[in-house]
Each structure stands twice: as structure tokens, then as C-alpha cells.
Design a protein around this ligand. Structure first.
Ligand code: IVH
Length: 678
């Protein structure tokens, strides 16, 4: 071989090794060491050597991940070891019974340990590696026979094409779940909708559809990844003793495994894990539908064996389903505080996400057309965590013949004024002012009383509606003129609760300038903007008198928001309400202008995970009030990260970048040191 050819071959091997290393850093560990540009340069060099020597291209080269010629069909694959399903349970008692059953069948029940891990809502696959090289990837199918999806799986960067550790057995089958992370799912759908393509129904469906493509170039564009969680048929010297050891070894070989796998001693340990994961469920970044509890010792798994396609050594503890099917009986149009018209689906009640749901938001008319929703349609409803229920998709095959199209009403259901849709705004609005439209008035008062505004204890939505309907109040200022007798005259209100409400109204008068500005309900002025305005102006009159230039000096305030503020205070009715509120005794401590407002000037903070003593929005408002910018993602420019429990990739990234991180307690201490009250 000529010297230069030899050098090329050596360089090619070096490039493959380097690229594989960086693919692993990026896609498995989420810890890149080089920039995308540097990666591309290495990759281009690899392509140029391979182009000059096509016979040197091997199937495990990083260049072989882009997808090849489309297939005519998928080949069938028989699984040597069947891919089983899991027994399910939903209560602590059932889990306890399963553990006792295992113990009853084991020789040394006292040695039983359980390994717990999230049950990923994705697509189960098996990967065969021979002499370390990925030779076959198959779907589970019916458990006995699946489909050969090797070409598609090769495009998934977190799946190594070669396992190069010294102890990789001659043949090993790795099983796990391929899924789409939630943020990638949302980004994909946003792009798909913008391009006029069909969005994915949910991440699991999207993952299954992506793997079912005959053209692997399409799969290559989909944001798939994998968690590996068990081994199938294996030949060679590798003899792990426990499930935990299998996971550790996979990870050492470069396979992606779930960092939340944990071994516990007994039922209580497993239940504590199950509760912990349920709390974290919506912060994990991927869909799960429960926890899988497995007997940790592989010898015990063998001892317990399998019955009718389910192993006796594992069980799935299922969380309440977050999706369910229901029928849209009616669509009503709700009027918001600023006149926005929101279509709401009235559903046949259905149990989903742990509660009975009978309404789902439809956001706006564009969403109705995107879903192609008709009255009487059967739909998939999703309720995840505390997020309001959504209609995910329409089940077109079940559409009744008389299903009617849904159109935007011409007039406001509350005040009969014309409904308008301006420019390219997705939202339609009632054209009347709150003085004319009772629905806007009610919503404005509910907002005024809400927790983050004046926080009036005991003044619920129904009560506000009654008060407005009966003509007791027309504005938020009227609340403070109510007597115990007035309130006691309302339905389901006695003297006692009326007196409590009057006391709550009195107590609510003591507030802060930020909360007061927020409570006014100026369009587009949320908590964070209200806090920034309060810090900047320190005084309500200064805000009322401010011109556009001064308003735009405040963080977060651009020409649109400045315009809304100007418009609000230019309205005599609004000014009258503000005056009445102050005359009624609504007050706040004076803000020492600029006391803290410059403290964090120029700094960018990131909040991640769940905070328990205050909401993320509240924390954001406080930080903005101190002059900081609060960003949604971590970068080298971030000054400080606050991480509550359940913090995921943002925290990891912060640690990688060596950024300062504080937990909730440290954050609260920090605020206290600067005189901020929570
Ligand atoms: S272990 C004996 N671990 O659940 C079966 N399965 O209902 C061994 N699944 O088909 C499976 N996450 O698709 C296991 N961490 C996990 C899992 C998991 C999701 C799926 C898998 C399987 C189904 C069984």
C-alpha cells in the first residue's frame, strides 16, 4: 500500500473513533466537548476520504446513519427470546401481593431486592450486536415476531453502531424503548404545522410512526432516542448477576440508560420511589405511564420464570392514564378579561389524569380548523398534571354522519356586541369595552381577586358572577363598598361567611405596588412586567404619567406593551377605578426607588425544576424586579441557575458549564438577605 493511502486509512479510522466519541458525548451523555461546527468539519473530512475510497466504507461508519434507499416492505424477524409484556397493578396492596408471591416462590426470599425504573411510553425494540457491531434492530411486534427496522434505527444517533468495550460478548441483544423527548415533540409539531404538514398526535405515536417509515431518510429527520433496559439472547462470557449491573454495563458500553434506575429493599422502598417519580413525572422531559419494578437478581428472575408471556419477576405500577376518548357535545365561546373569545369543548365526562374532565380548551378558531373538529366528534383528550385538558386529535373514523362544522359567532355571547378578529391575530375579541360587556367585567374582577393579584380569600368565581349578575358590583372598586348584609343576601352565603369575606376584603387592601399593577389587568402586563414596572417607577402616579419612552426603558416592555399601558391609563373609567381603590384604602409599602432594582442588572438567571414555596412565575417576577433577565435556557452567558427538585437537562447543562447553581433553600436565603419577602 502506498504511504499516502496508508495514511488515509489510518486517518479514516481515527476520524471514525473521534466522531463516535463525540456522537456518544452529545447524544448519550448530553455533554458535548466540541461545537457543531467542529463536528461538521470532522464529518466532512470523513466523507471526503470515504468518497475517494468507497471500498473502505463499513456499516458502522458514522456516515452510514443518514438513511439509505427506501425499502419495499419490512422483513419479519423471529425473536429467539420472546419479548414479553408486563403484569400491571395500580395500588400499594397489589404491589405488596406481587412481592409476597415472589417471596413464596424463592429459595432465599430474605435476599430479594427490587430494581425500580420509569416505564417509558415509547416503542419497545431489540438490538442485536455481533462482535460489537449492530447487525439487526427489530420491533416487538406480537412478542414472537417483529419487523426488521435496522435501517431506521441506524439513523438514531444515541444508538451506537458499534460497542467497542473489551467485555462486549460475541452476541448480545439489548432491549429498550425508543421514544421522542417532549421538547423535541413540541418543536417538531410547531415546525410541521408551520410547513402545513401533519403534526404528530403524541410522542409515542410519533415514535411508532417514525420507526414505521420504509424510507429511512424520513426517520433520520425525527428526534428519536432510546433508553436501554434489558438484555435478550446473549452468547459469550458476560455473566451479570443483577439487573442493576446490566444497566451499569450497558452504560459503560456506550448505550443510553435511564439515570433513575434504583434498587430498593422492599414494598415501602418501591412505593417511595413510585411516589417520587409521580411527583417528577411532568419534569422528566419524556412521557412515562408508570414505574417498572423488577426482581434485581438475575438468578432469582430465572427461578421465578415466566407465565403466559408475562415474567413473574417484574410488574408495572401504572399511573392514571393521561389520555382518554370522549365526545364533544357542544362548543361554547368564553369571553376573557380583555374580550378574547376562547372556544371551549363541552365533553361527555371522562376520567383522565386522575380526575373527571368535562371541558377542554380549544384555544382559538385556528386550532379548531387544525383539528378539523366538528360537533359530535369523538376526540382524544389529554390532561397531564395541572395543565388544563386539551383536545389532542379527532377520531375521524368515528365521526357521525350529522357532525356539524363549528363557526365563530358573529356577536359576543355576553353582550351581543360584534366579535372582531384583527390582522393576523389568532384570537377573536368582543369589540365592546368592559363597561358594556358583563363577561369582561366578571373576568376582570376575578383576576383582581386572584392569588397573584389582591389574593382575596373566599371570593371565588361563582360568587363574583353572582355579584355582577345581581348588580351588587360593576367594578373591582365596588367590592370594598360591600356590607355583610349585601353579601349575605347572595345564594349559599350565610352571615358568617359574609362576615369572613368582608374581613378578607379588608385584609387584601394591604398589598404591594407590583401586585396592584398586576391586579389592574392591563392587557399583556403579567406578573413579571408588573414587578418590573413597580421597581422602575416606585410610585403609582409616576407610572400613570409616564410617556412611551420612559415605559420602554423598563425590561420586558416594548412598544406594544407600552401602548397597552398608555391606553389603559388614558381611559377615564380606569382612572376612576384606580382612584376609588386607593380611596377605599388599598395601599402598599413605599418602595425605596432602586433599592434592589439594580442589584441584578445585566444578569441572566434561569429557573428550573419545581419550587415549593413560590411559583416559578412569582420567582421570575421577583428576579425581574431586582433587575435580572430570566431566560428559559442555560448557556455560557447564564449568571445563576436556581434548581428545584426534578430539574433535568438544564441543571445538567449548568453543571457541565460550571455555572453557579442554588437550590430553593439557598435562593430563599438569598432573597431574605436582600429584604425580599415571600
Ligand atoms: S422491562 C418482560 N422496563 O413496557 C418485559 N419495559 O408492558 C420486560 N416498557 O413491552 C420489559 N419501559 O415496551 C421494561 N423500563 C422499562 C420499560 C418497559 C417501558 C414497556 C416495554 C414492554 C411494555 C410491557
Amino acid at each position: 500500500m502506498a504511504a499516502s493511502k496508508k495514511a488515509d486509512k489510518a486517518r479514516l479510522q481515527q476520524l471514525r473513533d473521534e466522531l463516535n466519541h463525540h456522537i456518544h458525548r452529545y447524544h448519550v451523555l448530553d455533554e458535548p466537548e466540541i461545537s457543531d461546527g467542529q463536528y461538521d468539519a470532522l464529518y466532512d473530512e470523513l466523507l471526503s476520504i470515504e468518497a475517494a475510497h468507497p471500498d473502505w466504507v463499513t456499516s458502522d461508519s458514522p456516515s452510514q446513519r443518514v438513511g439509505g434507499a427506501p425499502l419495499a416492505e419490512f422483513n419479519q424477524v423471529r425473536h429467539d427470546v420472546p419479548m414479553l409484556s408486563l403484569e400491571k397493578c395500580t395500588t400499594a396492596d397489589e404491589l405488596g401481593e406481587w412481592i409476597e408471591r415472589c417471596k413464596g416462590l424463592l429459595d432465599q426470599p430474605e435476599k430479594l431486592r427490587l430494581s425500580c425504573e420509569p416505564k417509558i411510553d415509547g416503542v419497545a425494540v431489540a438490538l442485536n450486536y455481533e462482535q460489537g457491531v449492530l447487525v439487526l434492530a427489530a420491533t416487538r411486534g406480537d412478542g414472537e415476531t417483529g419487523e426488521d427496522i435496522t435501517a431506521n434505527v441506524r439513523t438514531i444517533k444515541s444508538i451506537p453502531l458499534r460497542l467497542s468495550a473489551a467485555d462486549v460478548p460475541d452476541r448480545v441483544q439489548v432491549r429498550g424503548e425508543i421514544y421522542i423527548p417532549q421538547s423535541d415533540f413540541e418543536a417538531y409539531n410547531k415546525k410541521a404545522v408551520a410547513l402545513g404538514l401533519k403534526p404528530m398526535i403524541n410522542p409515542r405515536n410519533g415514535a411508532a410512526g417514525s420507526l414505521r417509515q420504509l424510507d429511512s431518510k424520513i426517520t433520520a429527520e425525527r428526534p428519536l432516542t432510546m433508553f436501554c433496559y434489558s438484555m435478550g439472547a446473549t452468547e459469550g462470557s458476560w455473566q451479570p448477576e443483577t439487573h442493576a449491573e446490566v444497566i451499569e454495563t450497558f452504560s459503560r458500553w456506550g448505550l443510553r440508560t435511564n439515570p433513575l434506575v434504583r434498587v430498593v429493599a422492599d414494598r415501602d422502598g418501591a412505593l417511595a420511589y413510585i411516589n417520587e417519580i409521580q411527583e417528577l413525572r411532568h419534569t422528566l422531559g419524556y412521557d412515562i405511564d408508570g414505574v417498572v419494578v423488577k426482581v434485581n437478581a438475575l438468578s432469582m428472575q430465572a427461578e421465578l420464570g415466566t407465565v403466559t408471556r408475562k415474567p413473574r419477576w417484574a410488574i408495572a405500577f401504572k399511573y392514571p392514564a393521561e389520555e382518554a376518548v370522549s365526545r364533544v357535545d357542544k362548543v361554547e365561546f368564553q369571553v376573557g378579561r380583555t374580550g378574547s373569545i376562547t372556544p371551549v369543548a363541552r365533553l361527555q365526562p371522562v376520567f383522565v389524569g386522575g380526575v373527571t374532565v368535562s371541558n377542554a380548551t380549544l384555544h382559538n378558531m385556528d386550532e379548531i380548523s387544525r383539528l378539523d373538529l366538528h360537533l359530535g366528534d369523538w376526540v382524544m383528550i389529554r390532561r397531564a398534571g395541572d395543565v388544563i385538558p386539551q383536545v389532542v386529535s379527532v377520531i375521524l373514523s368515528r365521526r357521525p354522519a350529522d357532525a356539524a362544522a363549528i363557526s365563530l359567532p358573529e356577536r359576543c355571547p355576553a353582550c351581543d356586541s360584534p366579535i372582531v378578529r384583527t390582522g393576523d391575530e389568532a384570537v377573536a375579541r368582543c369589540s365592546a369595552s368592559p363597561q358594556v360587556c358583563p363577561a369582561q367585567r366578571k373576568e376582570g374582577i376575578k383576576h383582581f381577586a386572584s392569588r397573584l393579584a389582591l389574593d382575596i380569600d373566599g371570593l371565588g368565581d361563582k360568587l363574583v358572577e353572582q355579584m355582577v349578575d345581581q348588580g351588587l358590583i360593576a367594578t373591582s372598586a365596588d367590592l370594598f363598598a360591600l356590607s355583610v348584609t349585601d353579601i349575605a343576601s347572595l345564594e349559599r352565603m350565610g352571615e358568617k361567611s359574609a362576615a369572613n369575606l368582608v374581613a378578607a376584603l379588608e385584609a387584601s387592601k394591604e398589598t404591594t405596588l407590583a401586585k396592584f399593577i398586576y391586579a389592574l389587568g392591563i392587557r399583556d402586563v403579567g406578573e413579571a412586567t408588573a414587578a418590573a414596572l413597580a421597581q422602575h417607577f416606585a410610585d403609582l402616579q409616576a407610572l400613570i404619567k409616564a410617556g412611551p419612552e420612559e415605559l420602554e426603558q423598563v425590561d420586558d416592555v416594548g412598544p406594544i406593551v407600552a401602548g397597552r399601558i398608555l391606553e389603559f391609563f388614558a381611559d377615564a373609567d380606569n382612572l376612576k377605578i384606580v382612584t376609588q381603590l386607593i380611596e377605599a384604602g388599598v395601599r402598599w409599602p413605599a418602595i425605596e426607588k432602586g433599592a434592589n432594582s439594580e442589584l441584578l442588572k445585566g444578569q441572566t438567571w434561569v429557573l428550573t425544576g419545581t419550587l415549593t414555596s413560590l411559583s416559578r412565575n412569582e420567582a421570575k417576577a421577583i428576579l425581574v424586579g431586582m433587575g435580572a433577565k430570566v431566560a428559559g435556557s442555560v448557556s455560557a452567558k447564564t449568571h445563576q441557575v436556581v434548581a428545584g427538585p426534578g430539574a433535568g437537562s438544564k441543571l445538567e447543562k449548568a453543571q457541565k458549564l460550571n455555572l453557579p447553581v442554588m437550590d430553593e433553600e439557598e435562593f430563599l436565603q438569598y432573597l431574605q438577605q436582600h429584604g425580599v419577602e415571600i
